[in-house]
Design a protein around this ligand. Structure first.
Ligand SMILES: NC(=O)c1ccc[n+]([C@@H]2O[C@H](COP(=O)([O-])OP(=O)(O)OC[C@H]3O[C@@H](n4cnc5c(N)ncnc54)[C@H](OP(=O)(O)O)[C@@H]3O)[C@@H](O)[C@H]2O)c1
Length: 349
């Protein structure tokens, strides 16, 4: 009798145990499958992105090492690089020569369009870190929301979506080759798509914004959703490759900015960069000249009144300088100011 009771007791216990396990597993599955994306902060104690950095696009290979070393010795602590700039090795020489403690330095690099597939991406991020001479990057960006077929020039890779690439970026973050991951040149819809699926969500978005392409709503929206904005080409059409693309006079000769600079006792470039800082964007002006590298730092001392900020906002020209979408046959910036116009778009209007 006692044995029968014991057997019954054991059976009931086993059933209850299995039941409890199944219930626990089911609730965990439900929680995991319905929760909203979490922001996993890797290396959470590291420094946040410095608001001022040195750009390196089009920096001559024979000048960039000195420019980077000089900038880092003059007070910069942030370098914006990319594999496609084809000068990361020389940029790395400048970083090495300046010899800043690693935790006092911010290094960004970017995944090129031809490297979105997992195998290529792994090779690319390792190459960037090695060339830049760092064990890890601080920020690794998906350079464009566009994938090319590896080894096929600019042929679009229809089989790789930005979601696929974001999964690859997350794996790169998990591999500790970068502290943070982010995006560049995304439309609002593209950003939303990533936010819907991310497990490690974008830390920063680097895109073109300056007084001639202010995109204030887009900038404000990033603040609401907690993504930092890095403003590229902060000096608008000063980059010489933009000279013939737009019919605008150089911003450095714009009477509005000349007047503001006089009022602020600064140079025009300093004043424009100061506006970028005041609207809470990170600015990354490129220069290979000592004079400009030092001059640009002066932006940190200039502040605007609310009236001045309002006045500047009324001079937005909504003009994009950098749009390779046409050449790639891809409509970029679809929901933003001055989106890509492809042949035939005029007929659609
Ligand atoms: N994520 C992306 O897709 C993307 C795209 C574009 C740019 N970027 C990043 O953003 C960085 C900055 O953008 P950017 O290079 O296009 O343009 P930028 O920094 O706005 O302008 C660079 C140009 O301004 C000149 N310059 C710099 N300081 C000056 C000053 N104080 N007075 C007069 N001229 C001055 C530079 O010439 P000197 O060198 O002779 O001084 C250079 O020709 C790039 O270098 C790159 O790192 C990223």
């Amino acid at each position: 009798m006692c044995d029968t009771r014991m057997t019954l007791f054991k059976t009931i216990s086993a059933v209850l145990l299995v039941g409890a396990y199944v219930y626990f597993a089911a609730t965990q599955y439900w929680i995991l499958s319905t929760r909203s994306p979490v922001r996993i902060e890797l290396h959470g104690n590291g420094i946040e992105i410095p608001s001022f950095g040195l750009g390196t696009w089009l920096s001559d290979e024979d000048k960039v090492a000195h420019a980077v070393e000089f900038a880092l010795e003059s007070g910069y602590n942030h370098v914006d690089a990319a594999l496609i700039y084809k000068n990361e090795k020389e940029t790395g020489k400048g970083i090495l020569a300046a010899n800043l403690p690693r935790d006092k330095l911010w290094v960004t690099s970017k995944l090129w369009n031809a490297d979105h597939r997992p195998k290529e991406a792994t090779i690319a991020v390792q190459k960037s870190a090695k060339d830049l001479g760092v064990h890890y990057l601080d920020l690794y960006l998906m350079h464009w929301p566009v994938a090319f077929v590896p080894g096929k020039d600019t042929k679009i890779d229809e089989s790789t979506t930005i979601v696929d690439t974001w999964r690859v970026m997350e794996d790169i973050a998990r591999s500790n080759l970068t502290r943070k991951i982010g995006i560049s040149n995304f439309s609002k819809r593209d950003v939303e798509m990533i936010l819907e699926i991310c497990q490690i969500c974008p830390y920063a978005h680097e895109f073109e914004t300056h007084p001639y392409l202010q995109q204030q709503e887009f900038v404000d929206w990033h603040k609401e959703i907690g993504i930092k904005v890095i403003a590229y080409s902060p000096l608008a059409n000063t980059n010489p490759v933009y000279k013939d693309k737009q019919k605008l006079d150089p911003i450095l000769k714009d009477p509005l900015w000349i007047d503001l600079a006089k009022k602020k006792n600064g140079t025009v470039a300093q004043t424009i960069l100061a506006w970028g800082l005041q609207r809470n964007t990170v600015v990354i002006p490129k220069s290979v000249q000592e004079k400009h590298i030092l001059e640009n730092l002066g932006a940190l001392d200039i502040k605007f009144t609310e009236e001045e900020m309002l006045e500047i906002s009324m001079h937005d020209k909504k003009t994009r300088m950098n749009d390779p979408g046409r050449g790639w046959g891809v409509k970029l910036f679809a929901d933003l100011d001055d989106p890509t116009q492809l042949d035939g778009d005029e007929d659609e209007l």
